[in-house]
Design a protein around this ligand. Structure first.
Ligand SMILES: Cc1ncc(COP(=O)(O)O)c(C=O)c1O
Length: 374
């Protein structure tokens, strides 16, 4: 065997799924599960012509549409095949071996892979028991030797968000030590807030956004980076010849041209999440987050979470495997859909909870969590 580069040796990747997830109610990967209206799917079919399929992708119409809809300039944008690739591109452009990346824990799983690929030294800061970031601890972790600071808000594991003002303070500190601030807004339309103005104010800010979550296009792989033009020019140097496909660009544009459909989807998920949280509280459980398209609920370490997950699977529902990060042990993440979809989940989940070992009299949520929901 020809050995790969030595620093790739410790990287562990989850094998690809061999079984289709499509027949299931997919509450496990923060995807859209509310179907697109047939009228929109029809528009997509009409937009996919033979020329679109045969020619190399033309992304300019999508660039112009994003610029117009988000109020940014064309030269402040960089389209990527999923924000996963956007994040990788940032590492590829800016991170040299040995440089320090400050990450909160949990954070999007691919940071672990990219930091190893690009040989960064990660300085992790764990979330507190309420699954929130302690901003003062994070600021302390940003030192003159820091190359990049990552802020994910809302967080993709907990659904908790930082106030924009707190993110601003982190960006200022990063700026003061000449470090990049990578701000991940994968769920921003659900959260009702954005850090968008910060990239114009600070030349060290790169914002990454995904079309997988609030636009619901996870299968098409699309997202973009947003930053000052000189940063976009640097990032452009490492771009693949063609990344985002024609079909992706065509459908993303169709969707962006229907803001009423985007808004209706966000509203339906928010109503579903409110219903889910009320249902979980009705079962006696605490919940946290909900600023994205999922909720986390604390079951406790005595509950057999794999059994809960196996039971739901038998009922054709997928939820995420138990968390491995220490600060998330005992928590379960549940994806959000319509009120009806959430009803289906609550009734199955309520049926297995006691059988899996949950007891109201011994239930003890982590410090501070009950207070936050009182
Ligand atoms: C916070 C966060 N960032 C980035 C991503 C990657 O999204 P995608 O590559 O589908 O655009 C995810 C996906 O779950 C996420 O939760």
């Amino acid at each position: 065997m020809i050995a790969p580069r030595p620093h790739l040796e410790p990287i562990h990747r989850t094998p690809d799924d061999t079984e289709s997830r499509l027949p299931f109610l997919r509450l496990d990967m923060n995807e859209r599960i509310v179907p697109f209206p047939e009228s929109l799917m029809q528009k997509l079919r009409e937009a996919v012509t033979a020329d679109v399929v045969m020619s190399y992708p033309e992304l300019e119409p999508l660039y112009q549409t994003i610029a117009a809809r988000t109020g940014v300039d064309r030269d402040e944008l960089f389209l990527v095949p999923g924000s996963d690739t956007g994040i990788r591109t940032v590492y590829e452009t800016y991170i040299d071996p040995g440089q320090i990346v400050v990450l909160h824990e949990p954070t999007f799983a691919m940071h672990d892979v990219y930091s190893r690929m690009y040989q960064a030294q990660v300085r992790p800061v764990p979330y507190n028991s309420r699954l929130e970031l302690d901003v003062d601890r994070y600021l302390d972790a940003i030192t003159p030797d820091t190359r990049m600071v990552v802020v994910e808000s809302p967080n993709g594991f907990t659904g908790t968000a930082l106030p924009v003002e707190a993110i601003r303070i982190i960006v200022e500190k990063a700026h003061a030590v000449n470090a990049l601030a990578l701000l991940d807004e994968a769920y921003y339309l659900f959260s009702g807030q954005t850090v968008q103005p910060l990239y114009r104010e600070f030349d060290n800010v790169i914002i990454t956004r995904s079309f997988s979550k609030d636009l619901g296009l996870a299968g098409l792989r699309c997202g973009y980076l947003l930053s000052q033009p000189q940063n976009i020019n640097s990032i452009f140097k490492v771009k693949a010849a063609y990344g985002v496909s024609s079909l992706t660009a065509v459908f993303a544009k169709v969707l962006l041209d229907h803001p009423e459909e985007m808004a209706a989807f966000v509203t339906s998920v928010q109503a579903g999440l409110a219903h889910l949280m009320a249902g979980l509280r009705g079962l006696g459980l605490v919940t946290v987050g909900g600023r994205s398209n999922f909720v986390v609920t604390y079951l406790g370490e005595t509950v057999d979470i794999p059994r809960v997950i196996a039971h739901l699977r038998e009922q054709h529902m997928l939820v995420r495997r138990p968390f491995r990060v220490d600060s998330l042990r005992g928590w379960l993440r549940i994806g959000g859909g319509s009120v009806n979809q959430m009803d289906r989940f609550i009734s199955e989940f309520g049926g297995i909870l006691h059988a899996a070992g949950w007891r109201a009299d011994s239930y003890a949520p982590p410090d501070g969590v009950e207070a936050a929901h009182a």
